[in-house]
Design a protein around this ligand. Structure first.
Ligand SMILES: NC(=O)c1ccc[n+]([C@@H]2O[C@H](COP(=O)([O-])OP(=O)(O)OC[C@H]3O[C@@H](n4cnc5c(N)ncnc54)[C@H](OP(=O)(O)O)[C@@H]3O)[C@@H](O)[C@H]2O)c1
Length: 284
């Protein structure tokens, strides 16, 4: 049995869809915080089990006959270490044979604030003795294309990444890589640095939007503290604004860039291009 945590999330749903290409629905567990929100997954014929990272008893029950487990990192930044620890302990108790974790690109050198919880989680996983695979994901293209409507509206993108490059890929690319690891052999105790084939700066990102829209769009680079203040003024919660500004500052130092071919090799195809991602995100 293969289980995917956070299966109601955007990445989780894509992983389940990929798994179904090669794995019978009866061998897949969608481990979700709220089973009542999993009607879409249930219609696929897979097992739906409650798995709340904050409730250890749900985790051991959800993973009962699971041999391969994908732990999709929690979206509750700041709470993730104890939550992930609960998942890893439960996996140990039920004798999971492969624990796959969605970590962060360039984790060994990363200065991003987000890196700390991933480092702690990777350590828990290593210390657990469970064979592991670290899927060190780059930035999602969707983190940037999700801003498309606002950028088109304002003709400006704000950021603090300067000329730092993002070797981003789509959630679908990362999902395909996770499914490949879960459905093939020989990945035990491997770290994959998962990056898109072509990195871009935020100036190049807006240039592509300008080219596709025929509108003139500029990228305005700010100091991280200024960018954080601007995000808060737009109504973004302070903690999240700090993470976004800090991540851009890390990107400026190259921490979200990589020339690793691990993602391309795992999925056996080119990763989603910036042009295609922007085209797909354009308002209809
Ligand atoms: N590489 C990147 O650029 C990037 C960007 C954003 C996030 N991430 C990380 O990648 C993860 C997956 O991304 P995504 O886009 O799929 O995020 P998402 O759509 O927000 O999904 C996150 C999932 O985590 C689940 N979750 C949160 N707290 C939980 C808990 N206490 N117990 C069980 N499940 C819990 C959520 O459950 P519910 O459905 O019940 O809310 C949701 O299904 C994120 O959680 C985050 O750690 C990476």
């Amino acid at each position: 049995m293969i289980a995917v945590t956070g299966a109601n999330g955007q990445l989780g749903k894509l992983v389940i869809a990929e798994l179904l290409q090669s794995t019978p629905a009866a061998s897949i567990v969608a481990a979700v915080r709220n089973p009542e929100s999993a009607a879409e997954l249930k219609s696929l014929g897979i097992h739906i089990r409650q798995a709340d990272y904050t409730k250890p008893e749900t985790l051991t029950a959800a993973f009962a006959d699971v041999k391969k487990l994908l732990l999709i990192s929690s979206s509750e930044v700041g709470q993730r270490l104890p939550q992930h620890h609960n998942v890893i302990r439960a996996a140990q108790q039920v004798d999971v044979r492969l624990l796959v974790y969605t970590s962060l690109l360039n984790l060994d050198q990363s200065t991003l604030a987000l890196a700390n919880e991933h480092r702690g989680t990777e350590k828990f996983i290593r210390d657990s003795g469970i064979p592991f695979v670290m899927m060190r994901n780059a930035w999602y293209l969707e983190n940037h294309t999700g801003q498309l409507a606002a950028i088109l509206n304002n003709r400006t993108m704000l950021g603090a990444a300067a000329e730092g490059k993002f070797a981003s890929a789509s959630r679908a690319d990362f999902a395909a890589a996770a499914a490949a690891v879960l459905t093939s052999s020989g990945h035990e105790n491997t770290i994959y640095e998962l990056a898109g084939d072509h990195a871009y700066t935020l100036s190049e990102f807006v240039a592509e939007i300008a080219s596709q829209s025929g509108k003139s769009i500029v990228y305005k680079n700010m100091l991280p503290a200024e960018f954080e203040t601007a995000l808060i003024s737009f109504g973004i919660p302070a903690g999240f604004a700090h993470i976004l500004a800090n991540s851009d500052a890390g990107a400026a130092q190259g921490h979200l860039n990589s020339t690793s071919c691990d993602l391309h090799d795992l999925i056996g195809r080119n990763t989603t291009t910036l042009a295609d991602a922007i085209r797909a995100a354009f308002p209809a």
